[in-house]
Design a protein around this ligand. Sequence first.
Ligand SMILES: Cc1ncc(COP(=O)(O)O)c(C=O)c1O
Length: 322
Amino acid sequence: MFKNLLEAIGNTPLVKINFDSPAQIFAKLEYLNPGGSVKDRSALFMIEEAERTGKLKPGGTIVDASSGNHGIAVAMIGRVKNYRVIITVSEKISQEKLQTIQAYGAEVVMCPPTDFIEDPRGYHSQALKIHQNIPNSFMPNQYFNVTNAIAHEKLLGPEIWKQTEGKITHFFAGAGTCGTISGVGRFLKSQNPKIKIIALDSINSWRATKGNPKPYKVEGMGMDFETPVYDKKSVDEIITISDDNALYMLKNLASNYGFLVGPSSGAVAFAAEQYAKKLTKNDLAVMIFGDSGRAYLTKGFYTEEKTDKVLKKEKKENVTHL
Ligand SMILES: Cc1ncc(COP(=O)(O)O)c(C=O)c1O
C-alpha cells in the first residue's frame, strides 16, 4: 500500500524473455511506472533534490525540455506536488505523448525539430529562456544535469542488482540524455567491474554520424550532444541501430513475445538479441524497456509492412560495434 502515487515509482518487474541464446535474458519493464516510463525515477529524484536544496519552493514552476517521457513524468509529479509545469517539446513528439502531458494539466510549448541542441529555436534553448523569465521556477535540465544519472545510480542500478541477486553480466539500455546507461552502469560496475555495460544509439545521431546527424524515428534514444551526464568510464560499448531494425523488433516483441513497447525498447532488444547469440549459459543480461507501445500507436509502427522486408537484408549489417 502506498501513501501517494509517487511512492509507486520503481520496483518494476524483471521478466525473462526467451530469445535464442544460451544466456538468460531479462527485460526490465520500466513502462509499468505510474507515468509509463523510466523517466519517472529521474524526474522525481531531480525535483526532490531541488526541493531539498531550496531551488524549488511551494507555488513554484517546473520548466524543462523533453522528447516526451521526461515531460510526462514532470507533469505527473507536478500535479501530485502542486507545481505549475511547462514542457517544451519538438514537433517529432507522438500525439499520445503530447496529449498525455496536457492531460496532467501541464502547459506545452511546441518547437521545431533542430539538428543541434544549442539551436535557439529548439526545445532545450526555449526551455532555458522560459525558465529565465519566470521567477521561482526550476529547470531540472535533464540533458545537462548530472543528478539525472545519480538518480539511476541510486535507484535503478541497485534494484537490478538485487533482482538478479548480483548475477547480472550484461546491461543494455538506450542512450538519450545518457542518464540511465551512466547511472546504472556506474552502480553495477561498483559492485562488479566485469559487468559489461552496452549503450544503444541511433545510427543517425550526432555522435554516430560524427557531427552530421540525420532525422530518425526512434524517440528518446540517440546521442545528439556532448553532456556531462554521460559517464564514459561506465560504458563499455555503444551499438548503433537503424530505425528499420528498431521498428522490426518492436513489432516482433508485440506479436511474438507479448511485450507492447516503444521504439527505443525495440532498438535495445534488437541489439541484445544479436549480442546474446555470443553469450554463454553463465551469462545473465538485462535490458531496459523504457516505455510502452501505447504511446506510439498512431505512428503506425505496428501495422507498417515495410519493416519486415527491410530486416531480411539489413539485420546483421546495421549492428555496428564501435
Ligand atoms: C523510451 C526511452 N528510452 C530511452 C531513453 C533514454 O534514456 P536516457 O535519457 O536516460 O539516456 C529515453 C529518454 O527519454 C526514453 O524516453
